[in-house]
Design a binder for this molecule. Structure first.
Ligand code: NDP
Length: 453
């Protein structure tokens, strides 16, 4: 980023803070975009004339609602529900729902804002949105989760629709939750439509959608490596998380001949000195998705693995070539970045949204680490949601190979867009700049075309 524009960036961020200083995650996401977009706008005054940056940081609509539900003891419980409909310039709002106790408006605004650029990069017609609740599905019975999802959808159904806003899953929202919400939407509206993505295979879901975010992140990393004349085969990889994104990132690494050394949950991380094999992965999927157990239970089944309580994957005791954070925002800080660099890391690809702090990203840049931001690297999930929407509209379903080929092509296209907008005079690619600018231009031009709305 050029110092020439630092005053303008600071002035813009001061204005943002004046109206929402407490929204720290949202400000972090906006600042990262402003740092690359403000210099670009200075060279392309049409965006300044139309005041695009100030318009794009304001959600078109924010809905906040009460979610009452009965627990198994018939006690009334209350959570807060949200949907941030951020930008619809290039298509219906599209973005996941997160159920986690940490959910608040700042986190959903950061996720919705990132989603605008990510969805634009996929080349599919999808605007940006995000929603969720501070409800914690952990430790709840299936019946409690169902009652919560039904109550959440009773209100949300007024605001969404297949041509308006199409939510999907995120942290704490997987196939089970999407099923309960879809059932309630259908009941209330008496419509069987593609209003949610991530649906079950029997009722409109797309093949490869569960795999798409993790697979897509690894395809993107493969694209970056290929640009350097390299590939994933034989590489040692540290992964964090053990949910949807992590599981399928691990699976794709195994298929491409890499070695995964770690995965984690909020209680600690697993180190597998000989690598996580497909048998381990099957065990992990069953443990997390069916039994809904804790990762630490893996070492009871596989004593050659070690569980480090309260630690993150970045403490891995051996060298690693690649790191793929797939858990949550700000899970990899400057200290972690330094540790990874000391262990020989060459490539970092964000499977999660904004998992690396700005200081960690800066540290990677200073040390010539190839770094892919989440809005490019994890866009495979929403891209395949877009493919699910297309299949629903066409009332047909594509084969596994067809969807996977399209996913691969989309990830390669996103990589190309990042290279086009992010390549410096020295030939190196700044993927953060590339993703932000490529995502911005399409949305900004559409906003100009559509007037002040
Ligand atoms: P899941 O709920 O399936 O898994 C989340 C994983 O991250 C779990 O292992 C969880 O551990 C861990 N985790 C969550 N919060 C924390 C925390 N505060 N500290 C440490 N670990 C934590 O979610 P997904 O895999 O779907 O999502 C992971 C990330 O990927 C998120 O950033 C999400 O926004 C992003 N993403 C997801 C997409 C998707 O298609 N699902 C698409 C694009 C991005 P525990 O079980 O202990 O909570």
């Amino acid at each position: 980023m050029s110092d020439k524009y630092q005053d303008r960036i600071d002035a813009f961020m001061e204005k943002m803070k004046a109206t929402g200083a407490h929204e720290v995650e949202f400000l972090q996401a906006v600042e990262e975009v402003a740092e690359t977009v403000i210099p670009f706008i200075a060279e392309h005054p049409i965006y300044e004339e139309h005041n695009i940056l100030e318009r794009i940081v304001e959600p078109e609509r924010t809905i906040i609602f009460r979610v009452p539900w009965l627990d198994d003891n018939n006690k009334a419980r209350i959570n807060r529900g949200y949907r941030v409909e951020f930008n619809s310039a290039i298509g219906p709002y599209k973005g996941g729902l997160r159920f986690h106790p940490s959910v608040n408006l700042s986190i959903l605004k950061f996720l919705g804002f990132e989603q605008i650029f990510k969805n634009s990069l996929t080349t599919l017609p999808m605007g940006g949105g995000k929603g969720g609740s501070d409800f914690d599905p952990k430790g709840k019975s299936d019946a409690e989760v169902m009652r919560f999802c039904q109550s959440f959808m009773t209100e949300l159904s007024r605001h969404i629709g297949p041509d308006t806003d199409v939510p999907a899953g995120d942290i704490g929202v997987g196939g089970r939750e999407i099923g309960y919400m879809f059932g309630q939407y259908k009941r209330i509206r008496n419509e069987f439509t593609g209003v949610l993505t991530g649906k079950g295979r029997n009722w409109g879901g797309s093949l490869i959608r569960p795999e798409a975010t993790g697979y897509g992140a690894i395809y993107f990393i493969q694209n970056m490596l290929e640009r350097e004349g390299d590939n994933i085969r034989g590489k040692s990889i540290a992964i964090s998380g053990s949910g949807n994104v992590a599981q399928f990132a691990i699976e794709k690494v195994l298929q491409l001949g890499g070695k995964v050394l770690t995965c984690s949950d909020s209680q600690g991380y697993i180190f597998a000195p000989d690598g996580i094999h497909s048998e381990h992965l099957d065990f992990l999927k069953e443990l997390k998705n069916v039994k809904r157990g804790r990762l630490s239970e893996m070492v009871q089944a596989y004593p050659d693995m070690q569980f480090f309580e309260g630690e993150r994957s970045w403490n891995v005791p051996t060298n690693v070539d690649i790191a793929v954070p797939c858990a949550t925002q700000n899970e990899l800080n400057e200290e972690d970045a330094k540790k990874l660099i000391d262990k020989g890391v060459k490539v970092v690809g964000e499977g999660a949204n904004m998992p690396c702090t700005p200081e960690a990203v800066e540290c990677f840049y200073q040390n010539n680490i190839i770094f892919a931001p989440g809005k490019a690297a994890n866009a495979g999930g929403v891209a395949t949601s877009g493919l699910e929407m297309s299949q629903n509209s066409l009332r047909m379903s594509w084969t596994r190979e067809e969807v996977d080929d399209k996913l691969k092509a989309i990830m390669a296209d996103i990589h190309q867009q990042c290279v086009k907008y992010g390549r410096g005079d020295d030939g190196k690619v700044d993927y953060v700049k590339g993703a932000n600018l490529a995502g911005f231009v399409k949305v900004a031009d559409s906003m100009i075309d559509q007037g002040v709305v």
